[in-house]
Design a protein around this ligand. Structure first.
Ligand SMILES: NC(=O)c1ccc[n+]([C@@H]2O[C@H](COP(=O)([O-])OP(=O)(O)OC[C@H]3O[C@@H](n4cnc5c(N)ncnc54)[C@H](OP(=O)(O)O)[C@@H]3O)[C@@H](O)[C@H]2O)c1
Length: 339
């Protein structure tokens, strides 16, 4: 076993952001590294995930996942290589997926580490297309929205990690039409030209309601909501009778300092007998084997595409997170170790 480093850098939340987070709310600090205790492994993180849900964890509010503690390392999905092991079945050199991101070295209980194979897919894919965001897309579309062949699907946040998979999965399972919205003309071109969406629009170019009507003149059967706000209101207007909406995220409101007003057209839910249902990926890990089999097949055949946006260096971790909230990413936003 090679010598362990004396210190590991890790990101701490040092103040609870009010509105948009700033660099001043975080600090990159050093923590001592020691050999793993019984039943644990020491992992050198190669990639860690920054995700929109982490913004909610920066607030001190009760939710489905506890808030980050001030002056403690933040956590989240990460993949890395074991550099020291004190756990049966885990060897130095094994690659694992685990939940202690935002740091260079992670001291992980072995039962919270899942071995992953870098020969089957690039390691970063286990954080995105083959990981949490891919499963969210799969479960939210096929289970929560009860997608069926012939449905017309609209997805917001369509060039992001979840949204880009939702649109393609819908096409692969026989959607009649797939429409996406995103925040730049480049992303719109990517959706149509590379991912095969039937139509897409830039929500910054005009009212969502008008642009969605134009893109889906016959209405939509499924709406996959990553954004909330005016997107949700527009989707309710465009949903056909017995339409279904998966409420996956509402990123447009994550930095709001006042409660976000709801859609003004909720009464349409009655006449159209709509179903709006929330999804939490954590409820759907039972789908994992089926998800990996089907999505793995689509990836191997080249039918399903994905992009990742890499930010190099742990010191740029907060920049990556802020960039994600601003829309700097296409596909999954990932922070990679440089050394
Ligand atoms: N329920 C669950 O279990 C679960 C699991 C994973 C993710 N989610 C949710 O799913 C959504 C997508 O997550 P992701 O990981 O795939 O992130 P992502 O879409 O890869 O990245 C976030 C994207 O949000 C867009 N955005 C930011 N502000 C916006 C605004 N005001 N209006 C419209 N779009 C805005 C940006 O793209 P543009 O350039 O297009 O603006 C940005 O790239 C998020 O709402 C997240 O919270 C939920």
């Amino acid at each position: 076993m090679s010598a362990l480093p004396a210190f590991s850098r890790e990101w701490h939340l040092t103040a609870r952001p009010h509105g948009w987070p700033t660099q001043e709310d975080f600090a990159l600090r050093e923590a001592p590294v020691s050999a793993p205790a019984e039943g644990r492994v020491l992992v050198r993180n190669l990639h860690f995930s920054v995700d929109p849900y982490m913004r909610g964890r920066m607030n001190d509010v009760k939710s489905y996942i506890p808030p980050f503690k001030l002056d403690h390392p933040m956590d989240g999905g990460a993949v890395g290589v074991i550099v020291a092991s004190n756990a049966e079945g885990f060897a130095v050199g094994d690659h694992v997926l685990h939940g202690l991101g935002w740091r260079e070295y992670a001291d992980v209980p072995a039962q919270h580490a899942t071995k992953v194979d870098p020969e089957l897919a690039p390691l970063s894919a286990y954080l995105g297309v083959l990981g949490m965001t891919g499963l969210t897309a799969y479960a939210g579309l096929f289970e929560t929205a009860s997608f069926k062949e012939g449905d017309a699907v609209f997805v917001s946040g369509a060039a992001g990690a979840v949204g880009s998979q939702v649109g393609q999965m819908a096409k692969l399972r026989g959607a009649s039409r797939v429409i996406g919205s995103a925040g730049s003309d480049e992303k719109v071109a990517y959706l149509v030209d590379e991912l095969g969406f039937d139509a897409a629009f830039n929500y910054k170019n005009g009212p969502v309601r008008d642009q969605l009507r134009a893109a889906a003149p016959d209405g939509i059967d499924v709406y996959f909501d990553n954004v909330g706000g005016d997107h949700l209101e527009a989707a309710i207007s465009s949903l056909n009778v017995h339409g279904r909406a998966t409420i996956c995220g509402m990123i447009a409101g994550y930095n709001d300092t006042e409660p976000t007003p709801g859609p003004r057209n909720m009464a349409m839910i009655i006449g159209k007998r709509l179903q709006l249902k929330g999804v939490l990926v954590g409820d759907h890990y039972g789908l994992q084997p089926q998800f990996v089999k089907e999505v793995g097949g689509w990836l191997r055949s080249g039918e399903l595409k994905y992009r990742e946006t890499f930010v190099e260096g742990i010191e740029n971790g907060v920049d990556a997170f802020l960039g994600l909230l601003r829309g700097d990413n296409t596909g999954k936003m990932i922070v990679s170790a440089t050394s």
